[in-house]
Design a protein around this ligand. Structure first.
Ligand code: GDP
Ligand code: MG
Length: 163
């Protein structure tokens, strides 16, 4: 059980969309209790014959009493404990936010292999925008579109190299 890839990042950047794409078969497990959706998802993915477990760490629920800080702490805890590779996801359409910068500091401190995934890079216009994320201080930045799949092959090539 060594090959574990955790997807972290602030709400709404597209973590679950990428997760669903990677595991191919939809394995969304929703555990509804008392109006709270606990969505800690695990799924198995395969790329070029290598199998790995993907974790969608997004547990933040809009409108709940969770805070961003708690969400970050929970995600980081999961990633720290379990991940061999961390995919730190950001959103090219929105651009860099303060929360992204806070996340980046923590991810860098983890000392685990981490890649920045610049999601929502859906078209060539947005391809010009993602470079700002090199400012997060993590060497590898991959522009992708979790919606249409572009860039995900290059990302996965790198992920399986790091496993
Ligand atoms: P999460 O909160 O990080 O898990 O984000 P979700 O996967 O739930 O996605 C949040 C929103 O972003 C949804 O409306 C998605 O359809 C949208 N989204 C996800 N990936 C992409 C993408 O590659 N391009 C665009 N334009 N929208 C996306
Ligand atoms: Mg999600």
């Amino acid at each position: 059980m060594a090959n574990i890839v955790a997807i972290v990042g602030r709400p709404n950047v597209g973590k679950s969309t990428l997760f669903n794409r990677l595991i191919e078969r939809k394995q969304a497990i929703m555990d509804d209790e008392a109006g709270v959706t606990r969505d800690r998802h695990y799924g198995v993915a395969e790329w070029t014959g290598k199998y790995f477990t993907v974790i969608d760490t997004g547990g933040y629920v809009v409108g709940s009493e969770d805070t961003f800080e708690e969400a970050i702490r929970d995600q980081v805890q999961i990633a720290l404990n379990e991940a061999s590779v961390v995919l730190f996801m950001v959103d090219t359409k929105t651009g860099m936010t303060d929360l992204d910068k806070d996340f980046a500091k923590i991810v860098r401190r983890m000392k685990k292999p981490a890649l920045v995934v610049a999601n929502k890079t859906d078209n060539t216009e947005l391809q010009m925008m993602y470079h700002e994320f090199y400012g997060l201080g993590i060497d590898d930045v991959f522009p992708i579109s979790a919606n249409n799949g572009s860039g995900t092959g290059e990302l996965l090539d790198r992920v399986v190299e790091l496993l």
